[in-house]
Design a protein around this ligand. Sequence first.
Ligand SMILES: [Fe+2]
Length: 311
Amino acid sequence: MKPKITTEGRESVSKEVQSSDSAPSGQPGRLDDKATSASPATFIAQISDTHVVDPENPEPLFVPNNERFKDAVTRIEKETPRLHAVLATGDLTNGGQLPQYAAVTEMLEHLTIPFLPIPGNHDDRDGLRVTFPDMPWADAAHASWVMTVNEHVRIIGLDSTDPGVHGAAFDDEREAWLSDVLANTQQDGVQTILAMHHPPFSSEIQWMDRSGFEGRDRLTGVLQDSGISRIFCGHLHRPMQSVVAGVPAQVGLSTIWQVALDLGDNPEVQLIDGPCGYQIHRFSGSESVSHVRYIATEAEPFRPDWADKYN
Ligand SMILES: [Fe+2]
């Protein structure tokens, strides 16, 4: 299916996403048949903090952001089994400007599975809404959505941004929206995933935590006994795991630079061009497991001399 042209003259990349034929904007969306495969398991790629830039106005960068994004998308498209969707956990672009979203659109042209973006603090809510018009955006100030991937998995994309600031917010409007989603759309046998840019836990990398999370306790209260099985985040530019209100929560690695690990007091602000890539989350029944796919590496798989013992 070719991308369609929006009224802004730019291509929609959410081409395999239906915001439910009969549902008004803000209602849960459902991926179409192209999103499903014969596999009994569900596979979701998580790409994060890609910080795509406008190729016509190259900003000084530490690593080739757009090349990394393109490499990740190319690799995702080749994954076997075929993945069901790509979840992008924020900071899709470096500055939330339309030419940057246009660059995203162009690089997603050959992606044949649905691309599900949530905003990060570097994004622009309206830029995302215009670029991905078929996403079931909430009828609200925040750019959140709910998407049923298939009969086994659904994703709640929660906008954790507070426009203009680095930190996160979970305000009255979002509390009401998330509580309503959890109360009225739970289904037995369906794993519910919460995706949000800012992690609802402290990294203990002090300079990254300093910008804070307004309303974090309020969010933790909503998550308690919510039935959510996993929480996937970005923002911290390095992989880490925690548990929030009894729910496993994790941050995916960035496709560009990572934040250098320093758990001491007053650490220097340091980045590192360390291993980068994306994650693949596999869901089956009530279980799930998460893997990392590294990109921008020369390392190739090899067969060890003891492999015959296994196959
Ligand atoms: Fe970021």
